[in-house]
Design a protein around this ligand. Structure first.
Ligand SMILES: *Cc1c(COP(=O)(O)O)cnc(C)c1O
Length: 401
């Protein structure tokens, strides 16, 4: 019985759609191997080159490579002077990193609700929460759709505080012709395995402010007065001074070896994502039970995630059962995000209740992220969309249901 089960499992396997598969070329593999042979593995010339090209790509004056976006957010906050007694406004509808870094900086995250169409933080809610203790606002471009920067920028400017963009999803996005990476005082990107550009793990902070860039660069490697790679290269000096109690957040040349060719084909990767998202829109557009991802005039979406929301009133099953049906059809999905205020740590430490942020709470119950990545074929997208249609048709309310 066991044996026949294995054999019969084989066929559907062929139509399995994983939630994510990275896109890595042979050229990228060769670049990493060459770096291994080069004798220089950690932060060095390739990292510097990657920073320069990345800054040019987004149109920012400075880019500092780090070992994660989380490290980038932390250092963006520290460089902004955020510390004990301060508050930082963060949307509840986001990943852990956007708020935990505020806590690591010694400050208090003040959560706010989202806009129901975009899932991005609501600027009206930000304005309500601003107090004399507010030191910064962290905006998150959910799924890759830029926040409402035209509304957000004057609010932080009036307050004289920093706007920090958690752009983990938004590499390649733009707002009114300006790339994400130039829309806030500091922007943090992620090169985690599933993100639009990957170096396995990694991150980048961009800014036009030289002082902030230098501070972040210094803090990223123990607060040492000169980069280690300059000390150890031929003719480098052994001498250094500690100018701060820094961190160990530096990026490596092994990562840069992967990042450089990934950046060179980012436009192609983004075009592939966009084409697949358009195909999803077309295949799902006539289902009233499914709300498609929002798009906004003047904003270019990075299509990191394709998040649909179920109109639960029109269905006999809930989101979890819907995901179960997709899993049975061998389709990998995820939920972005469980709002921070629903997690035990935030509930217990800050006393949040589920109904404190009704928009985030409601959307969380409806959200499903469908697979979307450049290695997907059009047939794979059609298979996923077809499965969504089949489930909707099976469980939709007819008349009184
Ligand atoms: C992935 C992600 C991060 C963290 O990125 P790392 O590079 O893994 O630190 C931060 N914020 C959001 C919204 C993310 O999705």
């Amino acid at each position: 019985m066991t044996r026949s089960k294995i054999v019969s499992d084989k066929q559907p396997e062929a139509r399995q759609i994983p939630f994510y598969q990275p896109s890595i070329t042979e050229r990228e593999i060769r670049a990493v191997v060459q770096t291994l042979r080069s004798g220089w593995l950690t932060t060095g010339p390739k990292t510097k080159k990657f920073e320069k090209r990345f800054a040019r790509y987004v149109g920012a004056k400075h880019a500092v490579a780090l070992n994660s976006c989380t490290a980038g957010l932390h250092l963006a906050l520290v460089a902004s002077g955020v510390g004990p007694g301060d508050e930082v406004i963060v949307p509840t509808y986001t990943f852990a990193a956007s708020a935990e870094t505020v806590i690591h900086a010694g400050a208090k995250p003040v959560l706010v609700d989202s806009e129901s169409d975009t899932l991005n933080l609501s600027v009206a809610e930000v304005e309500k929460e601003i107090s004399p203790r507010t030191k910064a606002v962290v905006a998150v471009d959910i799924a890759g759709l830029p926040c409402d920067y035209a509304a957000l920028q004057p609010v932080v400017k009036k307050q004289g505080i920093h706007l920090i963009d958690d752009a983990a999803h938004a590499l390649g996005a733009s707002y009114d012709g300006r790339m994400v990476g130039t829309l806030a005082d500091l922007t943090a990107f992620s090169f985690y395995a599933t993100k639009n550009l990957t170096t396995g793990e990694g991150g980048m902070v961009t800014t036009d402010n030289q002082e902030l860039a230098e501070k972040i660069s210094l803090l990223s490697l123990h607060g040492m007065s000169r980069d280690a790679w300059k000390r150890y290269r031929t003719g480098g000096s052994w001498y250094y001074e500690l100018l701060d109690a820094g961190f160990k957040y530096n990026f490596t040349d092994l990562q840069a070896a992967l990042g450089l060719p990934q950046l060179a084909r980012l436009r192609t990767l983004q075009a592939q994502r966009r084409a697949l998202a358009t195909l999803y829109d077309r295949e799902l557009g006539d289902l009233p039970e499914v709300r498609l991802p929002a798009q906004k005039k003047g904003r270019v979406h990075a299509w990191h995630l394709y998040i649909i929301r179920l109109r639960l009133e029109q269905l006999k099953i809930d989101r979890n059962q819907f995901i179960h049906e997709l899993t049975r059809r061998r389709i990998g999905t995820a939920v972005h995000f469980i709002p921070l205020h629903l997690h035990p740590y935030y509930r217990e430490r800050y006393g949040y209740q589920p109904e404190d942020f009704p928009v985030a709470h409601d959307n969380y119950q409806r959200a499903i992220t469908l697979p979307l990545y450049p290695r997907m074929t059009r047939a794979m997208v059609c298979y996923v969309a077809g499965a969504v249609r089949e489930i909707v048709q099976k469980y939709r309310h007819r008349g009184r249901g």
